[in-house]
Design a protein around this ligand. Structure first.
Ligand code: ZN
Length: 255
């Protein structure tokens, strides 16, 4: 059995509260060597950390653009201050630009400011950054020109951009992570083919983005995703699992 790594999950989500240990046992039995538990709700950063540590997983904290959207400026600033006072040894995120969610100029500008603040803190701490990007790929690439990644690097999780944005993303040092959407989209499959082996990551984003819409995703689903990625890249699935696991450990280290 080839070990594999789920580069982006929300295993701290309440939808796993009933059976988290069972879900993780299923994943470990199927070869899961590790996973990143990425904060979404900033009122639950302590839960994100506690869940990840209880199960020997990587954890990152940040201000997700969906949650940020519901907050006023003062609350956002207070959360950024709190983040400065909170250790994040494995990385920061998820944060980023979601212009499907933020339509007004002020909201979009605030997403830029929040993302830049995460990048600045990540450079000081030299930890990787996890970026969420929806309908804002040119804007993210220009933001990264002014506010570069830390030496520790960063990833775009659940890539949804056009294939032509892959090359500039690679030039800025990003790893590119694909989720279940790539099994259903020729455009995403073209983007997948443009990513070299040494920058590729796989993720479930569970419980969201399940393989079958309407169900709850879980880490074990990554094996189905990997098989489809292997088909698209015309590579053995073992090779896909091995290289993406190596890349995840390069970016996040091992615990
Ligand atoms: Zn996520």
């Amino acid at each position: 059995m080839t070990p594999w790594f789920d580069a982006h999950t929300h295993l701290d989500d309440t939808r796993f509260d009933e059976d988290r240990a069972t879900v993780l046992a299923r994943a470990r039995d199927a070869g899961m060597a590790g996973a990143v538990v990425c904060a979404a709700d900033p009122t639950r950063w302590d839960v994100t950390r506690a869940v990840a540590e209880a199960h020997g997983l990587i954890w990152t904290l940040g201000l997700h653009p969906w949650f940020e959207a519901d907050l006023d400026d003062d609350t956002v600033d207070a959360l950024l201050d709190q983040l400065h006072d909170t250790p994040t040894p494995h990385g920061l995120g998820e944060t980023g630009l979601d212009f499907a969610r933020a339509k007004e100029p002020h909201a979009r500008q605030r997403q830029r400011r929040v993302t830049a603040a995460h990048l600045a803190l990540a450079r000081v701490r030299d930890v990787p950054v996890v970026l969420h990007v929806v309908r804002a790929y040119p804007q993210l690439l220009s933001l990264l020109s002014q506010h570069p990644l830390p030496a520790a690097g960063g990833m775009v999780h659940s890539w949804s951009g056009a294939p032509e944005f892959i090359a500039p993303a690679l030039r800025r040092g990003l790893f590119v992570s694909f989720s279940a959407g790539v099994t259903r989209s020729e455009r995403l499959q073209a983007a997948l083919r443009a990513v070299p082996d040494d920058r590729l990551l796989l993720e479930t984003d569970c419980p969201d983005q399940p393989l079958r819409p309407g169900t709850r995703g879980e880490p074990r689903d990554l094996l189905v995703l990997a098989a489809e990625v292997a088909r698209v890249r015309e590579a053995p699935v073992e090779h896909v699992l091995r290289t993406t696991t190596f890349n995840a450990r390069t970016l996040f280290g091992s615990i």
